[in-house]
Design a protein around this ligand. Structure first.
Ligand SMILES: CC(C)(COP(=O)(O)OP(=O)(O)OC[C@H]1O[C@@H](n2cnc3c(N)ncnc32)[C@H](O)[C@@H]1OP(=O)(O)O)[C@@H](O)C(=O)NCCC(=O)NCCS
Length: 196
């Protein structure tokens, strides 16, 4: 089967999101291997993180899945510092109930960056990949991630126990359909077009 077409670089008001590449592995290794980043990620993430964890993941998991056209991964960079990777955001079609994942360098938390990146990537899921629904699991304790889902119009559809790097705990599955997403976007642009 021929490889999937190359991913485009996405851009938002403050960020650029080039597709993941093997050159990103050293920065991922440096930033990702922190408790604050991994504690609420699924327990498939090895912990303690091995010294070659990022390279192995990028080379043997993420890039092959991108070539097969079942996963899509981008790095996050600010427009101000485009050479500095500050996080990763991913879409997955091959993991039912887990279609989007993300993490950000703790130095850059709480500035709205992941809200901005997830808007761009979710638009790609619905408008380019033409998927009918996006689901994302998260630990109940992961306030930032839950808040992001709430603020971007997702609905809570399930509560269940799951394994995370920090142990088994309550998790929630959040969802938004393509129709809900499009309706919400129309609402936003109608609002934006209204005179004050
Ligand atoms: C989850 C994560 C990506 C959020 O990124 P971020 O750029 O800091 O998020 P944003 O700044 O866009 O914030 C989104 C909302 O969550 C809130 N928020 C963010 N971090 C929070 C925290 N630690 N506690 C409470 N609320 C938080 C923000 O105030 C914002 O709410 P608002 O829109 O009402 O103001 C980041 O915390 C992270 O990388 N965590 C570690 C990895 C991880 O857990 N990934 C998700 C797995 S499901």
């Amino acid at each position: 089967m021929p490889d999937a077409p190359a991913l485009p670089t996405l851009a938002t008001e403050r960020l650029i999101l080039p597709p993941l590449s093997l050159d990103d592995a050293p920065a991922i290794q440096r930033i990702f291997a922190q408790w604050e980043v991994v504690r609420y990620l699924a327990d498939q993430v090895p912990w303690p993180y091995p010294p070659d964890g990022a390279r192995t993941y990028v080379e043997q998991v993420a890039l092959p899945a991108m070539r097969r056209g079942v996963q899509w991964h981008w790095s996050l960079r600010t427009r101000a510092e485009p050479d500095r990777l500050i996080g990763i955001i991913s879409l997955m079609q091959d993991d039912p109930g887990n279609n989007r994942g993300f993490w950000l360098d703790p130095q850059f938390h709480r500035r709205g960056y992941m809200t901005e990146a997830s808007e761009a990537v979710t638009a790609y899921w619905f408008d380019v990949l033409d998927q009918p629904v996006l689901q994302a699991p998260k630990a109940v304790a992961n306030e930032g991630s839950r808040r992001l889902s709430q603020r971007t119009g997702m609905r809570l559809v399930a509560t269940e126990e799951r394994g995370f790097v920090s142990g088994r705990q309550q998790a929630e599955v959040w969802e938004i359909t393509r129709d809900e997403w499009r309706m919400q976007r129309r609402g936003h642009s109608a609002g934006a077009a209204k005179p004050d």
